[in-house]
Design a protein around this ligand. Structure first.
Ligand code: DQA
Length: 141
Protein backbone atom coordinates (compact mmCIF):
# COMPACT_ATOMS: atom_id res chain seq x y z
CA UNK A 1 0.00 0.00 0.00
CA UNK A 2 1.40 3.41 -0.95
CA UNK A 3 1.96 5.83 1.88
CA UNK A 4 1.44 9.54 1.23
CA UNK A 5 2.01 12.22 3.85
CA UNK A 6 0.06 15.48 3.80
CA UNK A 7 1.74 18.31 5.71
CA UNK A 8 -0.07 21.57 6.37
CA UNK A 9 1.77 24.61 7.67
CA UNK A 10 0.83 27.72 9.61
CA UNK A 11 -2.76 28.88 9.95
CA UNK A 12 -4.10 25.94 7.97
CA UNK A 13 -5.53 24.48 11.20
CA UNK A 14 -8.14 27.23 10.82
CA UNK A 15 -9.41 26.09 7.43
CA UNK A 16 -13.17 26.50 7.31
CA UNK A 17 -13.04 29.51 9.61
CA UNK A 18 -10.08 31.43 8.20
CA UNK A 19 -10.88 33.88 5.36
CA UNK A 20 -13.55 31.60 3.83
CA UNK A 21 -13.73 33.88 0.77
CA UNK A 22 -10.15 32.86 -0.05
CA UNK A 23 -9.83 29.35 1.42
CA UNK A 24 -13.42 28.06 1.44
CA UNK A 25 -15.75 27.11 4.27
CA UNK A 26 -14.79 23.45 4.65
CA UNK A 27 -12.73 22.23 7.60
CA UNK A 28 -9.70 20.21 6.47
CA UNK A 29 -10.63 17.18 8.61
CA UNK A 30 -13.87 16.89 6.69
CA UNK A 31 -12.07 17.02 3.33
CA UNK A 32 -9.43 14.54 4.54
CA UNK A 33 -12.11 12.00 5.51
CA UNK A 34 -13.51 12.22 1.97
CA UNK A 35 -10.06 11.88 0.43
CA UNK A 36 -9.34 8.75 2.50
CA UNK A 37 -12.69 7.25 1.46
CA UNK A 38 -11.94 8.00 -2.19
CA UNK A 39 -8.49 6.38 -2.05
CA UNK A 40 -8.95 3.34 0.19
CA UNK A 41 -5.78 1.74 -1.21
CA UNK A 42 -3.56 4.63 -0.18
CA UNK A 43 -2.41 5.24 3.38
CA UNK A 44 -2.85 9.00 3.75
CA UNK A 45 -1.15 10.41 6.84
CA UNK A 46 -1.75 13.95 8.05
CA UNK A 47 0.31 16.43 10.05
CA UNK A 48 -0.26 20.12 10.70
CA UNK A 49 1.88 22.60 12.60
CA UNK A 50 2.23 26.34 12.91
CA UNK A 51 5.90 25.91 13.80
CA UNK A 52 8.51 25.89 11.00
CA UNK A 53 10.87 23.48 12.80
CA UNK A 54 8.09 20.97 13.39
CA UNK A 55 7.33 20.93 9.65
CA UNK A 56 11.03 20.26 9.02
CA UNK A 57 11.07 17.50 11.66
CA UNK A 58 8.05 15.88 10.01
CA UNK A 59 9.74 15.94 6.58
CA UNK A 60 12.83 14.28 8.13
CA UNK A 61 10.72 11.65 9.91
CA UNK A 62 8.58 10.57 6.94
CA UNK A 63 10.74 11.54 3.97
CA UNK A 64 12.86 8.37 3.97
CA UNK A 65 10.02 5.85 4.02
CA UNK A 66 6.94 7.27 2.35
CA UNK A 67 6.00 7.41 -1.33
CA UNK A 68 5.41 11.12 -1.44
CA UNK A 69 4.70 14.27 0.51
CA UNK A 70 1.99 16.82 -0.24
CA UNK A 71 3.15 20.05 1.37
CA UNK A 72 1.16 23.21 1.89
CA UNK A 73 3.73 25.26 3.74
CA UNK A 74 1.43 28.29 4.00
CA UNK A 75 3.35 31.53 4.31
CA UNK A 76 6.62 29.64 4.95
CA UNK A 77 6.48 28.81 1.24
CA UNK A 78 7.53 32.37 0.52
CA UNK A 79 10.28 32.63 3.12
CA UNK A 80 11.81 29.33 4.17
CA UNK A 81 15.16 28.21 2.81
CA UNK A 82 15.23 25.75 5.74
CA UNK A 83 12.15 24.00 4.30
CA UNK A 84 13.76 23.95 0.86
CA UNK A 85 16.82 22.27 2.38
CA UNK A 86 14.65 19.74 4.23
CA UNK A 87 12.87 18.82 0.98
CA UNK A 88 16.23 18.35 -0.75
CA UNK A 89 17.47 16.23 2.17
CA UNK A 90 14.95 13.41 1.74
CA UNK A 91 14.32 11.03 -1.17
CA UNK A 92 10.50 11.23 -1.13
CA UNK A 93 9.05 13.41 -3.89
CA UNK A 94 7.34 16.51 -2.55
CA UNK A 95 4.49 18.38 -4.24
CA UNK A 96 3.97 22.01 -3.22
CA UNK A 97 0.26 22.74 -2.87
CA UNK A 98 -1.81 25.86 -2.35
CA UNK A 99 -5.54 26.18 -1.99
CA UNK A 100 -5.63 29.65 -3.51
CA UNK A 101 -4.01 30.74 -6.76
CA UNK A 102 -1.03 32.46 -5.19
CA UNK A 103 -0.08 34.00 -8.56
CA UNK A 104 -3.35 35.94 -8.66
CA UNK A 105 -2.68 37.40 -5.21
CA UNK A 106 -0.12 39.77 -3.64
CA UNK A 107 3.27 39.89 -5.33
CA UNK A 108 5.08 38.47 -2.29
CA UNK A 109 3.03 35.28 -2.72
CA UNK A 110 4.34 34.84 -6.29
CA UNK A 111 7.71 33.78 -4.91
CA UNK A 112 8.26 30.25 -3.62
CA UNK A 113 11.43 29.30 -1.79
CA UNK A 114 10.50 25.63 -1.96
CA UNK A 115 9.20 25.06 -5.52
CA UNK A 116 12.72 24.55 -6.91
CA UNK A 117 13.18 21.55 -4.60
CA UNK A 118 9.74 20.03 -5.32
CA UNK A 119 8.64 17.51 -7.92
CA UNK A 120 5.78 19.81 -8.90
CA UNK A 121 3.43 22.57 -7.81
CA UNK A 122 -0.37 22.72 -7.74
CA UNK A 123 -2.32 25.80 -6.74
CA UNK A 124 -5.66 27.47 -7.18
CA UNK A 125 -8.08 24.53 -7.14
CA UNK A 126 -9.32 24.99 -3.59
CA UNK A 127 -9.05 21.89 -1.41
CA UNK A 128 -9.08 19.80 -4.59
CA UNK A 129 -5.44 20.91 -5.04
CA UNK A 130 -4.53 18.17 -2.51
CA UNK A 131 -6.30 15.46 -4.55
CA UNK A 132 -4.62 16.64 -7.74
CA UNK A 133 -1.25 16.46 -6.00
CA UNK A 134 -2.10 12.94 -4.80
CA UNK A 135 -2.97 11.90 -8.35
CA UNK A 136 0.36 13.32 -9.53
CA UNK A 137 2.28 11.35 -6.90
CA UNK A 138 0.38 8.11 -7.58
CA UNK A 139 1.04 8.40 -11.30
CA UNK A 140 4.76 8.86 -10.77
CA UNK A 141 6.96 5.74 -10.79
C1 DQA B 1 -1.66 29.22 0.99
C2 DQA B 1 -1.17 30.49 0.28
C3 DQA B 1 -0.14 31.21 1.13
O1 DQA B 1 0.30 32.38 0.47
C4 DQA B 1 -0.74 31.61 2.46
O2 DQA B 1 0.23 32.22 3.27
C5 DQA B 1 -1.40 30.46 3.15
C6 DQA B 1 -2.19 29.52 2.37
C7 DQA B 1 -2.77 28.52 0.19
O3 DQA B 1 -3.01 27.33 0.46
O4 DQA B 1 -3.42 29.14 -0.66
O5 DQA B 1 -1.34 30.35 4.37
O6 DQA B 1 -0.57 28.31 1.10
Amino acid sequence: MKKIQIINGPNLNLLGRREPGVYGARPFDDYLADLRRRYPDVRIEYFQSNVEGELINCIHEVGFDCDGIILNAGAYTHTSIALQDAIRAVPAPVVEVHISNVHAREEYRHVSMIACACRGVICGFGLDSYRLALEGLLGWD
